[in-house]
Design a protein around this ligand. Structure first.
Ligand code: AMP
Length: 419
């Protein structure tokens, strides 16, 4: 399959050729012709699958064929969960649109920066608006734009949008859109809330599902390492040094931990920096740029700050703190193993989090082996949970026999252990 067979115009094919993509990814092969013919799309696609180009290229082509915006009207609206994702999609649009005979006006609008220039920029409308829902609603409150001429609506990473409370905002935005439009929904996972939105948004959608095909799954080696909570930073340092990792994205639970662990690693001579939601936009952009340029080796991030990060060839992702949900797990590990590159995703599991990780595995039908690293073997005891069971690491048969043997004073019976 080649890009030329997908029905893309010459200027778009030219832009793709400049990226040196040898062939379209599966989601691109499926989505581009369907979007070009104007159908609604319900696409299940992971970050790293090439999904951005899968929707940006056909949207650019459809808009190039239509008439330019006027007044405060917007022609295509792309809603995304985070600033970073908005910025990345904005960059992709610029990149793929560069050879179009008539430029398309694209605005990328998100919170964290002053609203006034955004209102000014919207004055004469836009061909494409890439926005986070919160900022879009602020701008609508200021009467800075009109959605009544939107011909294409796209929700990207719809599952993340909903996790951030989008359901409440969605009704308001939907009411402002014209009934006649093309709607596209991209999501890595389809929990019930996303299905509800999909049903109210899409008309007779074409379902595209590449994630379900194993050969298209990114190549991610998932590892689980057992370690006591207080020793995680030392273990992290050990792994980074031993494996000489460059480009490690480490997920931690809180803003405080991003700073704290980064500081500890820096003291140990590792170039580490924190990325969290309370940093200014400038500081976040700088942290990301330094990480991308290889000046920073380890990025300590919270889920919110890391959402939508597009760093090609990110070799390692570490769950220092486990993600809260199975959906978050998918998103986190999706930061590695992108566009054909192999990646490693490591989760640290401690006595108190074993049960939680088992739930994540159950949701994904995984059964990952537990590892221990020499010198970092966990010593913490498992904590009995409210039901009287053991939360955390269960005793093995061997341990129980050893304990029984210790009580009776007799050596354990090996024959029973290794029949
Ligand atoms: P995305 O899933 O849109 O975040 O894309 C992941 C990465 O894959 C981006 O860095 C793209 O530049 C890259 N990419 C997109 N399409 C292709 C392609 N056809 N061949 C190789 N890489 C691609």
């Amino acid at each position: 399959m080649s890009f030329s067979s997908l029905g893309l115009s010459q200027p778009l094919q030219h832009a793709v050729a400049e990226r040196n993509y040898s062939s379209p990814t599966p989601i691109q092969t499926l989505a581009i012709p369907v979007i070009l013919r104007g159908a609604d799309v319900w696409a299940s696609a992971q970050t790293g699958s090439g999904k951005t180009a899968a929707f940006v290229l056909p949207i650019l082509q459809l808009l190039s064929a239509g008439t330019r915006p006027h007044g405060r009207f917007v022609r295509a609206l792309i809603l995304v969960p985070t600033r970073e994702l908005a910025a990345q999609i904005g960059e992709s649009i610029q990149r793929y649109a560069r050879h179009l005979s008539e430029p398309l006006k694209t605005l990328t609008l998100h919170g964290g920066v002053s609203i006034n220039p955004q209102m000014m920029a919207l004055g004469r409308g836009a061909d494409i608006l890439v926005a986070t829902p919160g900022r879009l609603l602020d701008l609508l409150d200021h009467n800075a734009l009109s959605l009544s001429a939107v011909s294409i609506l796209l929700l990207d990473e719809a599952d993340r949008l909903l996790e951030l409370g989008f359901a409440k905002e969605f009704g308001r935005i939907l009411a402002l859109l014209p009934a006649s439009r093309q709607s596209l929904l991209f999501s890595a996972t389809f929990p019930p809330e996303v299905q509800t939105i999909a049903q109210s948004l899409l008309r007779d959608p074409v379902r595209l599902n590449v994630a379900a095909e194993p050969q298209n799954k990114p190549d991610i080696h998932q590892r689980v390492i057992e370690v006591d909570v207080p020793r995680r930073t030392q273990l992290l340092r050990h792994l980074i040094e031993k494996n000489q990792w460059t480009g490690v994205l480490v997920f931690v639970a809180t803003k405080y931990s991003t700073e704290h662990v980064a500081e500890k690693l820096r003291t140990a001579g590792i170039k580490a920096t924190a990325l969290h939601g309370e940093l200014s936009q400038g500081a976040r952009t700088q942290a990301l740029a330094e990480f991308k340029a290889g000046k920073v080796q380890v990025l300590l991030a919270t889920d919110l700050a890391a959402r939508g990060l597009d760093i090609v060839q990110l070799p390692v992702v570490v769950n220092y703190d486990l993600p809260r949900s199975a959906v978050d797990y998918t998103h986190r590990i999706g930061r590695t193993g992108r566009a054909g590159e192999a990646g490693i995703a490591i989760s640290f599991v401690s006595a108190g989090t074993h049960a939680h990780f088992r739930l994540i595995e159950k949701r994904h039908r995984l059964g990952l082996p537990r590892e221990q690293i020499e010198g970092f073997e966990p010593t913490e005891l498992a904590v009995p949970d409210a039901a009287g069971g053991i939360k955390g690491k269960r005793k093995s048969r061997k341990d129980k026999l050893r304990e029984a043997a210790a009580r009776s004073g007799k050596p354990p019976q090996r024959a029973k252990l290794d029949p």
